[in-house]
Design a protein around this ligand. Structure first.
Ligand code: NAP
Length: 415
């Protein structure tokens, strides 16, 4: 076991073990958590009480999580002088499942983003974001309940790989001349240049995860969202590699929309349909025909935009959870940032982290605890017991604090 300088490994608890792609979850697993910056501590205090209550109600004394704090962000910087200590990354690698609050992106701290660094270091290649409506939430759509999707966003490639050169820098100039000389392609002098690497390996494993999810959860279709009509080799590659993985690894289980439309298709009635849509059309489709989409697989930047837009359709960021998942480890986190103006006020909505905990429990196979939390959130919202962000869209509701919302979820779980 790794020796930790700052983190304290809880005594009497066990590690999640992995072998051959399968996880074995002990009854008393150590789960590392990052409290987060800004409103992170407010949110974590409320969320952890919900998680512990769900496990206690679902399993009594048989199961309990041993929480282990690991440092990242401002708290890490104040304690260790580093924004993302190596031992925090190591802890996620060792204990395999972790949950985190939002982190400030340090300005001039040598990091593009702590979140991006975590995802890349641990190869958490899929950012999974479920988007659904909770009855009672004020949403901008006439029928927000029609949207119920799972977004699989590629998490480590694309323009997020961070290979970018400042306008006028010697690096940008060198690259510009190279491209001009070697490929006879013109780039305007003094331009900033970014690189967009997308590989068959990275794209296929993401689409494969989305297809496996669809098959396991009886979903009818998976849609690849891309901009391959313009970026033919990167985004177009993503689409082609996605179809390839379906053909090579999901024979008979997955049918393409094109094949299905051909007369005399012999596709099995229960096969998952794999289709693709151009990114701009996808935004329209989610607004106009949300019920036609269940699972979306998409490159990094498209997925970033689409998940916030979809979250807004059902009522906002306060209830938008997420998980960064790889083959070796997973880190669950809210979609929103640190919302620093509300820090320490016990005001912010902890719903996104609470629902990220639902995803964590599902990932661990602790489905009873996950289902209880969903029930608790549904009941709290239906009773109109909500934080300021939802209260301002829900006439007649009762505004409660972060702690108050956590309490309402626990009450809802027990009812
Ligand atoms: P933000 O923290 O997401 O906050 C923007 C606004 O969204 C808030 O002012 C609030 O709107 C609303 N909001 C966010 N979280 C909410 C919640 N839990 N409940 C209710 N409303 C919520 O975005 P930002 O101000 O652009 O970013 C602040 C910092 O967070 C930056 O350093 C950024 O880099 C970082 N960040 C981190 C992550 C991450 O850790 N995964 C993600 C995104 C951003 P109202 O003011 O209208 O109430």
């Amino acid at each position: 076991m790794t020796q930790y300088k700052h983190a304290k490994v809880p005594a009497g608890a066990d590690r999640i073990e992995a072998s051959g792609g399968k996880f074995s979850i002990p009854d008393h697993p150590v789960i590392p958590f990052i409290e987060g910056d800004g409103t992170g501590p407010d949110i974590w205090r409320a969320s952890v009480r919900v998680f512990d209550a769900a496990v206690q109600i679902a399993y009594g004394a048989k199961r309990k999580i041993a929480w282990m704090e690991i440092l990242a962000g401002e708290k890490a910087f104040k304690t260790t002088g580093e924004w993302l200590p190596a031992e925090s990354i190591e802890a996620v690698r060792e204990f395999k499942v972790a949950i985190k609050g939002p982190l400030t992106t340090p300005i001039g701290g040598g990091f593009r983003s702590l979140n991006v660094a975590l995802r890349q270091e641990l190869d958490l290649y899929a950012c999974i974001r479920p988007v659904r409506y909770f009855t009672g939430v004020g949403a901008p759509m006439k029928h927000p309940e029609k949207l119920n999707i799972m977004i699989f966003r590629e998490n480590v490639e694309d323009v997020y790989s961070g290979i970018e050169f400042r306008a006028g820098s010697p690096e940008a100039e060198k690259l510009r001349s190279f491209i001009e000389k070697e490929f006879s392609e013109k780039i305007r002098k003094g331009s900033a240049i970014g690189i967009k690497p997308m590989s068959p390996f990275g794209s296929k494993r993401l689409v494969k995860m989305a297809l496996e999810y669809a098959l396991k959860n009886n979903k009818k279709s998976v849609t690849m969202m891309h901009k391959g009509n313009i970026m033919k080799f990167t985004e177009g590659g993503f689409r082609d590699w996605g179809y390839e993985v379906a053909r090579d690894e999901f024979k008979n289980l997955v049918v393409t929309e094109a094949d299905l439309n051909k007369a005399g298709s012999t596709a099995r009635a229960d096969a998952v349909i794999l289709k693709d849509r151009i990114a701009d059309s996808m935004f329209q489709q989610l607004l106009l025909r949300p019920e036609d989409y269940e699972v979306i697989a998409t490159p990094n930047l498209n997925g970033d935009y689409l998940s916030d837009a979809a979250a807004a359709q059902v009522g906002g960021l306060g209830i938008a959870p997420g998980g960064n998942v790889g083959d070796e480890a997973a880190v669950f986190e809210a979609t929103h940032g640190t919302a620093p103006k509300y820090a320490g006020l016990d005001k912010i909505n902890p719903g996104s982290v609470i629902l990220s905990g639902v995803m964590m429990f599902q990932h661990m196979g602790w489905n009873e605890a996950a289902t209880l939390i969903v029930k608790g959130v549904e009941k709290a919202i239906a009773a109109g017991t909500v934080t300021y962000d939802l209260a301002r869209q829900m006439p007649g509701s009762t505004e409660v604090s972060t702690t108050g919302f956590g309490d309402a979820v626990i009450t809802g779980m027990r009812s």
